[in-house]
Ligand binder design. Structure first.
Ligand SMILES: [Zn+2]
Length: 425
């Protein structure tokens, strides 16, 4: 077979996607182009003069054969996931609760004994595995230095990428895994077919692979174009996951929508015929057919994104004409896409604020001179408006900020830009 896309891994550069990342088809239709975006984790220090910095085209494409929505460019992960990658997975309450719930749900589907091994790919600081570690054997695999935190928490962790020699090492040292999890990482690794093959190799005969990824359905429905950035190579629907996993002999046995990252999908898959298939799978497939997997819906998505950008501008213009101050709240990766796509600069946002301890404090938002400072500035300076860049967790954020003393109003940038009065929170 002709080799599919070349690899960006260790190329020091990027690769244009000319064939579908899953099925190798050339039938890729453009959906939306967000322009050239800087890597979200290359942040320059406040005070440093702006200097040369790469930026990469962000176009999303739709495969008419396997339904995969995917990025049109893959960047060497060494560029976008540097070892000092400033992210910890334990930071939000939603994530912690989600992993506790995942643990419980696994217990209802899989008969997991004390000697069974649970492997988490992209285990980060061990947040997910901490739920399993009391009663089962666990092992994390993560390329980031943050894996050391997991080791300190008593979770054995291999600090490396999930690749062939690492899998070989795991099998000989720990044996095969009854559960393999990959949360918020299964859409990040290129050469996905090889990854699925490696997962199969590591999985016991009756093992289950559980993945959680950003879900295309809420992305389209609530205009979350800001979750498009170069770390996310694929935007899965259940249809595209089904095509991918089935082509390797796996069968999806359960699927559901979960609230993490503004809307994700959790999918359980096992070797064909090993487990009962729940009707949740067909229910979600039908919902997708009706709501997203139709060319009309995908082109409407682009139109809505453009209108939302212009509406946000109109709203911000009114505020700036009144000489009012706006501070941004939260600097997650998605904030970088929103700010760069809409063209928000340091004349519009005075600051973006992060909670104490964030690695991003003292740096500029990528592609701009908007400084990231500590959250206490909000209560001290009392700007008239707070722009919620982490708008997907607004329900958690707004009451917290108000309780801590913020008196201004809130701005939602998406899906429909609007102001929420402090008195209504
Ligand atoms: Zn395809």
């Amino acid at each position: 077979m002709e080799k599919a896309n070349k690899l960006a891994f260790e190329s020091g550069s990027s690769i244009v996607v000319e064939r579908c990342q899953t099925c190798d088809s050339k039938g890729l239709k453009p959906i939306l182009f967000l322009g050239y975006l800087p890597p979200v984790n290359q942040m320059h220090k406040i005070g440093d003069p702006p200097k040369e910095q790469p930026s990469y085209p962000a176009q999303i494409l739709y495969c008419t054969i396997c339904h995969l929505v995917q990025l049109g460019l893959i960047i060497d992960p060494k560029i976008i996931f540097p070892p000092e990658y400033p992210y910890t997975s334990s930071t939000t309450k939603i994530l912690r609760e989600n992993f506790a719930e995942l643990y419980k749900e696994c217990g209802t589907i899989i008969n997991l004994g004390p000697d069974d091994l649970v492997v988490d790919i992209g285990s980060n600081d061990g947040n997910l595995l901490s739920n399993f570690k009391e009663k089962h054997r666990v092992l994390g695999i993560t390329p980031e230095e943050i894996g050391k935190i997991a080791i300190e928490r008593g979770i054995p962790t291999i600090i490396d990428y999930f690749k062939s020699d690492v899998v070989q090492k795991v099998i000989s040292k720990y044996g095969k895994a009854k559960i393999i999890t990959a949360t918020n990482v299964f859409a990040h690794i290129e050469n996905i077919n090889e990854i699925v093959e490696l997962i199969l190799k590591l999985l016991t005969e009756d093992g289950v692979f559980v993945s959680e990824s950003h879900y295309l359905l809420p992305l389209i429905e609530t205009l979350q174009y800001d979750t498009i950035y170069h770390e996310h190579l694929r935007y899965y629907s259940l249809h595209s996951l089904k095509y991918l996993l089935e082509s390797h002999g796996l069968e999806i046995i359960h699927a559901k929508q979960i609230p993490t990252h503004g809307g994700s999908i959790r999918v359980y898959a096992a070797r064909r015929g090993k487990y009962h298939v729940k009707n949740t799978v067909d229910v979600l497939l039908d919902k997708e057919k009706e709501k997203i997997l139709d060319k009309q819906k995908l082109s409407e998505f682009k139109d809505k994104v453009v209108i939302s950008k212009l509406e946000l501008y109109a709203l911000l213009m009114d505020i700036k004409k009144q000489d009012k101050r706006i501070y941004g709240i939260g600097a997650p990766s998605r904030a970088s896409t929103l700010i760069n796509y809409t063209g928000i600069d340091d004349g519009i946002l005075d600051y973006v604020l992060e909670i104490k301890g964030s690695h991003k404090i003292g740096k500029y938002i990528p592609g701009t001179l908007i400084p990231v400072e500590e959250e206490s500035l909000l209560f001290k300076n009392q700007p008239e408006y707070a722009l919620l860049l982490s708008w997907h967790i607004a329900d958690e954020l707004m009451p917290k900020l108000k309780q801590k003393g913020f008196m201004g109003d809130f701005i939602f940038p998406l899906p429909i830009p609007k102001i929420v009065k402090s008195s209504l929170v």
